[in-house]
Design a protein around this ligand. Sequence first.
Ligand code: 3EB
Length: 363
Amino acid sequence: MTITRIFTATAEAAMAPLQLDYLPPEDLTSRPASWWQNVLGVVSFGKPLLLHGAQVPITANMIAPLRSADDLCEVWRVAGRPVRLSNGAAGQSRVHYRYCEDLLFGSITVDERLFGPGTDAGALSGATEMAYQEIFAVLRRTGHRHLIRIWNYLPEINREAGGEERYRLFNSARQLAFRQSGQATAGTVPAACALGSPAGSPISIYFLAARQPPTMIENPRQTSAYHYPPKFGRHSPTFSRACVLNASAGTSLFVSGTASIVGHETIHRGDVDAQTRETMANINALLDEANRVGGPARYSLDGLKFKVYVRRPSDLGAIEGILSRSLRPSTPIVYLQADVCREDLLVEIEATGEPGTGAGGVM
Ligand code: 3EB
């Protein structure tokens, strides 16, 4: 009995620390092979990233940066020690993926126009179902059965198609795919975000999965999204407000896209300042909740890296002004232009981070 416990503790301590960095594209081209060896995946925003010979899944999103300083790539890396990473075999899946023992990064890009024939609505639903089914098939194959975080970028998220908003059609298809793949649709569902990209972009989904289950976090100020009432769509969105990876070090808190919603209602309609403050109140509530239920690690705003999705570029200054009051000047924040999934939301903020160390926790 005692020996079993020691082994368990050792296995947990050995979990590879996950590291997130936002880096300029030039910085990537100058990294040595030894650095690339530990990279799980790279995400670019607004334009494709041209890298030759990289073994790593590179995901291009058409969600564009708002400031030139935000022409950065999101790099997911297993840091701190040498690890052996494997790639998904080419041709085996539409998902590009790379993984180590305990973590997997994957991405899938789908042109929904290939999912006709028939209506726009049918194509979006078909493409979404396929994408999620392919993702779950990969996770079954590699044994990283727990989706921890998933990013969903859909073209024209607020447009109506066949009498339904495309975001709502996406929710129905996503929930159906979870069910068809034998996944729970409430409770143990991943942290997520869903944003709108420009017309004509492909659907772009990327994700992190783990061998061990994370601890899911809900926000006491908000109705769980998977329990939203039907007025927000026939099928509720399938995501948790946040989750904590039970890692010994590194990036381990994943805060979903967070907006100015209290209970299940959007508040401060039309007021970007108040929406930004309310969003930060929600993120603070999630930090408190993570510290209450997420184990011994202590999280605070100082240990987080942020992505801010801004609906109207002209609101950037106001949002920056408010965030500068609650975040340190050194906090990494990337501002992107995107449509938020409820038409009345002007801003959505996601965060990823590590427990506070007082020293910034940089490796
Ligand atoms: C909300 O709280 C705002 O559908 O995956 C946030 C995070 C939102 C994730 C998703 C949607 C999603 O309902 C929107």
